[in-house]
Design a protein around this ligand. Sequence first.
Ligand code: SF4
Length: 252
Amino acid sequence: MKVVISNVQRFCLKDGPGIRTTVFFKGCNLRCPWCCNPENIKFDIENYEYKEEKGVYGYEISLDDLEKEILKDKEYYENDGGVTFSGGECLLQFNKIEPLLINLKEKGINICVETALTVPTETVDIAMKYVDEFIVDIKILDEKSEHKVNGNVTLYKENVKKLFDNNSKVIFRIPLVPEYTMTKENMKEIIKFLEQYKAEKVEIFKIHRLGEKKYKTLGKEMQEFLEVSNNEIEEMIGKIEDLGIKAEYCNI
Ligand code: SF4
């Protein structure tokens, strides 16, 4: 079995506990206009030419070779570290990579995922068997606006419920995006949602433009967004902490 990934990044400190090796899968079913990994939206390998530069996003790798890549960093996985599957939407690949997940679990490797959780529920069932920590985005919970990211609020909520019913470890991550996640209605929905699902921690972050050049290589322009003020960040942290949940601003 082969999968298409764009990168294996080593020594990551923000993708879960300890030192992590992060695997970026290609392919996502959402379309967040602020996405900083636009090269991971399409599932297929993409060649590009931009000015004088030629390149390729993605490569095929067998599950055996991917396991070898991950295990190269095994000595760094002590003290909580491990592998983090990211993307794109890594959970969309979980039916394919189950043999790899079984092997990693047998070797005692800690597994985290970064997910938007708008995926078939059967996929979440597979993930719950192997994943130690779910880092789950909260983006748009206001159903009237789910189209802005090609989301599906009903499916997302069903999956979050599944994780909490299973007592899975969940950390929520909220991108602060004016006119998208930060509308009055959506903020209200987010607070209501956090009241119901008290995750261990909520991380909030501002979006950045580090992916801008990658958009250009793909023949696209990255959308402009309004700035988020420190007051808005502090206000959000305060509202979450009022619920008794640890909230942190992260510079992701
Ligand atoms: S869910 Fe993540 S990878 Fe997918 S489009 Fe949104 S930001 Fe990008």
